[in-house]
Ligand binder design. Sequence first.
Ligand code: SF4
Length: 95
Amino acid sequence: MEQSEVFSAGEKWIPAILADACTGCGLCVEACGPRSLAIVEKIATLAFPDTCGSEEHWVSACPENAIQMIWAPFSGDMGAGQWRKVESQPQLQYN
Ligand code: SF4
């Protein structure tokens, strides 16, 4: 399987932000090398999930423990981040 292959159904290891715990401080945005996170309406958001490298360093950057890594349904270019293939499940699109 080549890196440019696109999964029709899969899961990607990505950060999930707990909105109730996030203060919008922006430390995770600064810690993210590929700049996949952004502050949107004062809450950290995975604004560019396709560039996410699943690297987890933003988890330790958060003073509020507001970020957890999860396997989330995903589709797109598997060239970035950690993926696992799922045989049959509904697809979610992240724009
Ligand atoms: S570091 Fe934590 S509290 Fe600060 S913006 Fe990111 S998720 Fe929110």
